[in-house]
Design a binder for this molecule. Structure first.
Ligand code: COA
Length: 382
């Protein structure tokens, strides 16, 4: 294939960076599939644990495989007292997303010699890492709220554990079900989104999986990526009254401000994840304040459709996800860490697929636009 080496492709838009069979984003059709199964169906009751098995194995797990992966997740999520203390200390000094990034890096072993050829070991390491990241999010939330450590319980699902540790209360059956659907919904989104691409790049340097996931968390933290769920709810909090939403958003559009939760590089129709989130919102929003935020989101959706629909600019998952996270009593600065807990599943599977692909080092090129080589000038002559 001839590559035009005379032009830069900003954002690598349209450039395939991997051959993948994990998840498919159909941007024109507005669909998302994990291993061929639609996200609409997977969020109707499949557990996050089953989805982790699906992402790794390529097939929906039967009862025996489900029991096996549940046991592996339960064993894998254990943290040492030192790892818990590090995460608790980090929670007091920085945003939970950066605390999580640092705490995940601190899970890496003292030696730096990850065996790139042992796909089986990489799989088990990734399953444990997915379990540990959910646990860490809970640890950081407990410390941030000044609560003592109260870790995973035997037999507790990932959804129940994460939500209980985040909120400090026993989740209702409905809230656990919605949390599970959120974890499933955000578990993967192709190999080429910014954080999963980061996963691929860092894996290609033969780094330890914990270093890979830590880097991916950094990529996810940005408001152009995962941080948009927090940004959109903060915007709703500022708007406050649904009656003001139209005026505020119209003003933002006229000023050419970016509206968080709107637009997507790949989806040119409505993001299928927002359709699922809206289904969950219908179930879980009961308080007036939560309903007011949702009403603001719906007004923004209407205006964005009117003003931008023909240009292929639509609401994405993050316009609505903050409303649902909020209705579950998850603190606002933990929306993106929750996203990270879910997405660690996809990142870890992408690590294995990257290793299996031969794992060639990502080392693209640049176009040089700087000065020609020139003579050094000593400081006294400058
Ligand atoms: C996600 C995002 C980075 C994708 O951007 P992209 O593919 O690089 O799109 P571009 O930046 O090239 O924007 C294309 C056009 O749409 C407009 N646009 C894109 N997102 C917009 C938004 N959120 N609000 C208002 N206008 C937006 C741009 O201003 C640009 O308009 P122009 O052609 O008149 O200059 C971008 O849509 C965005 O910043 N969205 C808000 C953050 C967000 O919700 N992120 C979560 C994604 S799941």
């Amino acid at each position: 294939m001839a590559i035009d080496t005379t032009v830069v492709i900003p954002g690598l838009e349209g450039v395939p960076i991997a051959a993948s069979s994990i998840s498919l984003v159909d941007g024109d059709g507005g669909r998302l599939y994990y291993r061929g199964y639609s996200i609409e169906e997977l969020t109707l009751g499949t557990s996050f644990e089953e989805v982790i098995a699906l992402l790794y194995d390529g097939e929906l797990p039967n009862a025996a495989r489900t029991a096996e992966i549940v046991a592996e997740i339960e064993a894998g999520r254990a943290l040492t007292p030192a790892q818990i203390q590090i995460a608790r200390d980090l929670a007091t000094v920085t945003h939970p997303m950066f605390a999580l990034q640092a705490a995940v890096a601190a899970l890496a072993p003292k030696v730096n010699n990850f065996d790139q050829g042992d796909f089986e070991a990489a799989t088990h390491r990734g399953i444990a890492l997915t379990a540990k990241v959910g646990h860490l999010v809970g640890v950081i939330a407990q410390a941030a709220a000044g609560r003592p450590y109260d870790g995973p319980r035997p037999g507790e699902t990932m959804a129940h554990m994460t939500l209980r540790m985040l909120t400090g209360t026993e989740p209702t059956e409905l809230h656990e079900r919605v949390m599970n659907a959120l974890l499933v919904l955000q578990a993967d989104h192709s190999a080429a989104n910014a954080s999963t691409f980061t996963t691929r790049v860092v894996t290609s340097t033969k780094a330890e999986p914990e270093a890979v996931v830590s880097a991916a968390i950094g990529a996810l933290s940005g408001p152009a990526h995962g941080g948009a769920n927090e940004a959109s709810l903060r915007m709703f909090m500022e708007i406050k009254d649904p009656a003001r939403a139209e005026e505020v958003v119209t003003g933002m559009i006229d000023r050419k401000d970016r509206i968080p939760g709107v637009g997507h590089r790949v989806y040119k129709v409505k993001d299928p994840r927002s359709t699922v989130i809206q289904r969950l919102a219908d179930e879980v929003l009961v308080r007036d304040a939560d309903k007011a935020f949702y009403s603001i989101a719906l007004t923004i959706e209407r205006i964005v459709k009117e003003r931008f629909g023909t240009r292929g600019l639509w609401p994405n998952v993050d316009l609505f996800s903050g409303c649902v996270f909020g209705a579950l009593d998850i603190p606002i600065d933990f929306f993106t860490p929750c996203f990270a807990a879910a997405r660690t599943a996809g990142w870890s599977v992408n690590i294995v697929e990257q290793l299996q692909s031969g794992n060639r080092l990502f080392r693209p090129d640049q176009l040089w636009v700087g000065p020609e080589p020139r003579a050094f000038v000593p400081i006294e002559a400058r």
